[in-house]
Design a protein around this ligand. Structure first.
Ligand code: AMP
Length: 283
């Protein structure tokens, strides 16, 4: 498995792969890899002849006071997981390589970036859209895979790719969970044993909402009350948002349906966790 840190070298490798007729698949990550990342890589392996994963903790998507400095890192462990998942090449640029002195260009996806995580993390999706554009330009992928764990991120990237006519197929992959239901996340490493127990309330709240929906609950207000009852019963959990949105546009809905997104964000101690489901789907 090759490791490349320079954008120019990455572009050169991409040019050669494309000349030889191979499809390039890209899985962008911030490292500290887990099985959720591996599921994207395995699907990428099926879809491309050259499978690239990027490992880059993108400073521009972290706000002031967020966890950029403390974000977990384990490059050696990441190379083992990536190799086992079939990755051919890790692209791991430095922040300076991506944002050299004088950098001043941003990709801003307007409306869809504003609610949910965009409201609590202003500028976050501008950082995400910018870095994904730059990764696409470096890696030149035919297909890029993203997890539905970060549902709004996936929606922002789909919108951006369509709006800018980027020649990249965007694939959304199901949320991978621990056996007890907690969605896998690099940030779970921050949780104490006790907080990890409290974190169970997110997937429990999603399950509760889906049950209420199946039993005929059809307004956001009714389901939101059920979700808040589950989250509120857990000590040490501060709710940031519980929202029901159209799964394509992320606009608010008056009544919920099979394709309605339920998205949650909470803080457990200092750790911010998100989770979501589509009401009519199992995962
Ligand atoms: P991150 O390293 O957290 O930026 O995540 C990199 C990619 O992996 C993103 O597309 C995430 O949505 C995806 N991802 C993270 N956790 C999971 C998970 N539990 N299941 C599926 N995809 C995930």
């Amino acid at each position: 498995m090759k490791i490349i840190t320079s954008i120019a070298e990455m572009q050169q490798v991409a040019r050669v792969a494309r000349r030889e007729g191979g499809r390039i698949a890209l899985v962008p990550t911030m490292g500290y890899l887990h099985d959720g990342h591996a599921s994207l890589m395995r699907e990428g392996r099926r879809r491309g002849e050259l499978l690239v994963t990027s490992i880059f903790i993108n400073p521009t998507q972290f706000g002031a006071g967020e966890d950029f400095d403390s974000y977990p890192r384990d490059f050696a462990g990441d190379t083992v997981l990536a190799a086992a998942a079939g990755v051919d090449l890790i692209f791991a640029p430095t922040p300076r390589e991506m944002y050299p002195d004088g950098y001043q260009t941003w990709v801003d996806v307007a409306k869809i970036s504003l609610p949910l995580c965009g409201a609590g993390r202003p500028g976050h999706f501008r950082g995400v859209a910018t870095v994904v554009t730059k990764l696409f330009n470096a890696v030149q992928p035919d297909v890029a895979l993203f997890g539905k764990k970060d549902f709004q991120q996936l929606a922002v990237i789909r919108r951006m790719t369509a709006d800018l006519n980027l020649p990249v197929e965007i694939v959304g992959m199901p949320i991978v969970r621990e056996v007890d239901g907690v969605a896998m996340s690099s940030r779970n490493a921050y949780l104490s044993a006790e907080e990890r127990q409290h974190a169970l309330c997110l997937s429990r709240a999603l399950t509760r909402a889906r049950e209420m929906y199946r039993q005929g609950g059809n307004t956001p207000a009714v389901l939101q009350a059920g979700v808040l009852a589950v989250l509120g019963a857990e000590s040490g959990v501060a709710v940031e948002y519980v929202e029901f949105r159209h799964s394509g546009t992320l606009e608010e809905v008056a009544t919920v349906g099979d394709d309605t997104l339920l998205a949650l964000a909470v803080k457990i101690g200092k750790t911010r966790l998100i989770d979501n489901c589509i009401l009519g789907e199992e995962n």
